[in-house]
Design a protein around this ligand. Structure first.
Ligand SMILES: C[S@@+](CC[C@H](N)C(=O)[O-])C[C@H]1O[C@@H](n2cnc3c(N)ncnc32)[C@H](O)[C@@H]1O
Length: 392
């Protein structure tokens, strides 16, 4: 158990050093210093040198187990020995009635984790969320209305995100008949649109819920989505099921860990990472069942930037989602590109047959998907569409 929750953890992390000249804390130094201190009586009597152990694990610099009461006392002991955790490390203190364990975990480098993550478009989207977030300025103030607040986006995007975003805008603008910067604005608009819908649905559900029942969240093709870290409404969600392919989920886990997600930055709800290739028949359903997805529970389903990658399996995908998500009170937020094989009419027909009701369609530049960010000298673009609907 992490001692005393977030308050203690923050205090622990203040033990991080920023001084490169500090000696690196490694297994041998810990053992030597703690054993030596114990032999000189500098560690409380209850300390048992036998239990002073170092556990070598790939991401752990070392673990010292001391028979002292309370994590903060253990920390004082560690510091009094002149041991300073390395830069980019964090101290984690676990304690039980008898012992405190201090683990010095070396965070993976964000650069290395980003390098191993191969989904380029996710970096681009993260970068576009970052530049919007940074309009806020360091004092939290902005002359411009800032529609997205994603403090994790910059760390996730790296340099690659900017390169991709700048070149994509220039190459894709003529194809979609839009202005060169359009995609940066589209990312902001769609993020805001989805965030607002989630907040609304969660609040409405809470107001009518029986016995504090909670929604679950199903994020299909989640990529580097940060909602379970940053969107307040997610605190009222029981579990977020984030589905993506195997090639994405492993490196994504490392990248999130590297930016401190789940440690310095706690997730707002329980999170379940699900691996499925949604073009393989039956794989989504089987993976969700295996991961504990609750079909009886009302669910918010999000498919943002996904269906365009599913090719001729798009129809099957919509049928699958309609069959898997059956609970009354569920909502679907689907982002799609309208094209001859997947027109609004086709999407409407498939979803209505799947039991979805009250379908509302919007496209980039109409009166809703605008937020003052669409250049009105262009026509609204059905290439960037949404449908939002529910089951009752
Ligand atoms: C453009 S990204 C969108 C990510 C995120 N939803 C967002 O909007 O920021 C598309 C995501 O869909 C995932 N994806 C594409 N085809 C998939 C498939 N057949 N099965 C599972 N995931 C898929 C990709 O791996 C990627 O993470």
């Amino acid at each position: 158990m992490i001692a005393d929750g977030a308050r203690r953890r923050r205090a622990d992390q203040r033990g991080e050093t920023t001084d490169e000249s500090h000696a690196r804390l490694d297994d041998e130094r810990i053992v030597a210093a703690v054993t030596d201190a114990a032999s000189r009586g500098r560690i409380p009597e209850s300390h048992d040198p036998e239990t002073t152990t170092c556990v070598k694990r790939p991401t752990y610099v070392g673990t010292v187990r001391m028979y002292v009461r309370g994590g903060s006392q253990a920390l004082r002991v560690i510091r009094s020995l002149g041991l300073v955790p390395p830069r980019h490390s964090m101290l984690m203190v676990r304690e039980n009635k008898m012992a405190s364990t201090i683990a010095v975990a070396e965070k993976k480098s964000v650069d290395a984790a980003r390098h191993a993550f191969t989904n380029d478009s996710a970096f681009m989207i993260a970068y576009e969320r970052a530049i919007e977030t940074e309009k806020k300025g360091s004092d939290g103030d902005s002359s411009e209305v800032c529609l997205v607040d994603d403090p994790f986006a910059r760390m996730l995007a790296g340099n690659k995100g900017k390169e991709l975003s700048d070149s994509f805008g220039i190459s894709a603008a003529p194809q979609f008949g839009l202005w060169p910067d359009f995609h940066k604005q589209w990312t902001v608009v769609r993020t805001k649109f989805i965030d607002d819908h989630i907040a609304r649905i969660v609040n409405e559900f809470e107001a009518s819920a029986i016995c504090g029942e909670q929604l679950q969240f199903l994020n299909l093709g989640a990529g580097l989505d940060t909602r379970s870290l940053r969107l307040k409404a997610m605190a009222k969600i029981t579990t977020s099921y984030e589905v993506d392919m195997e090639a994405i989920n492993g490196p994504k886990g490392d990248l999130f860990e590297a930016i401190g997600a789940g440690s310095e930055h706690p997730f707002l709800c329980q999170r379940n990472i699900v691996t499925a290739n949604m073009t393989n028949d039956g794989e989504l359903e089987a993976s969700l069942v295996e991961s504990g997805f609750d079909r009886e529970r009302a669910t918010i389903v999000l498919a943002e930037g996904l269906i365009m990658y599913l090719g001729d399996k798009a129809e099957t995908f919509l049928k699958d989602v309609s069959r898997i998500v059956v609970a009354s009170g569920s909502w679907l937020i689907l982002n799609f590109i309208e094209h001859p094989a997947l027109t609004n009419e086709k999407v409407r027909e498939l979803l209505m047959r799947g039991g979805w009701k009250d379908l509302v369609f919007n496209c980039f530049g109409d009166e809703v998907l605008d937020y003052g960010r669409f250049d009105k000298s262009y026509e609204p673009s059905k290439a960037f569409s949404f449908v939002v609907c529910r089951k009752d």
